[in-house]
Design a protein around this ligand. Structure first.
Ligand code: 5GP
Length: 124
């Protein structure tokens, strides 16, 4: 079910548990600002999620409230993860689902990085 984007941050969400090490993930990268791990149900040959370490519900929440250092650190982490995954030459897609129309299901900001095959044009 898509999340209600007006609700406050839920410390019990699945990505908060991954950040706290309470449930496992297939980690690909971690630094002071971000953690990256493979999506549990990949929708492309490469499907990596990058999440900020701070408690932000969505891209909207993050870009409204995070510090410049958090935003820069997270953006650099997304680029770094894609480079390290070898996606740059062939190309890739970064996607943020936001709120109900965006179909966001986990209420902790996450960038989807998709690659490894031609992804088609935009939506659908
Ligand atoms: P959203 O629809 O919120 O943008 O995407 C949530 C993503 O999180 C989905 O692609 C889903 O497969 C992934 N996901 C949900 N639960 C888990 C989990 O426990 N571990 C991992 N690695 N991915 C998850």
């Amino acid at each position: 079910m898509p999340i209600d984007p007006t609700l406050p941050y839920d410390e019990a969400n699945i990505f908060a548990k991954i950040l706290r090490g309470e449930i496992p993930s297939k980690k690909v990268y971690e630094d002071d600002h971000a953690l990256a791990f493979h999506d549990i149900a990949p929708q492309a040959p490469v499907h990596i999620l990058v999440i900020p370490k701070g408690a932000y519900v969505s891209w909207d929440d993050f870009t409204a409230k995070a510090s410049d250092a958090e935003i820069a650190g997270f953006a650099r982490a997304v680029g770094h993860v894609a480079r390290e995954a070898g996606l740059v030459d062939a190309g890739y897609r970064v996607l943020y689902n936001v709120g109900v129309n965006g179909g966001q299901e986990v209420p902790h900001l996450h960038a989807h990085i998709f690659g490894g095959k031609p992804l088609g044009r935009m939506i659908g």
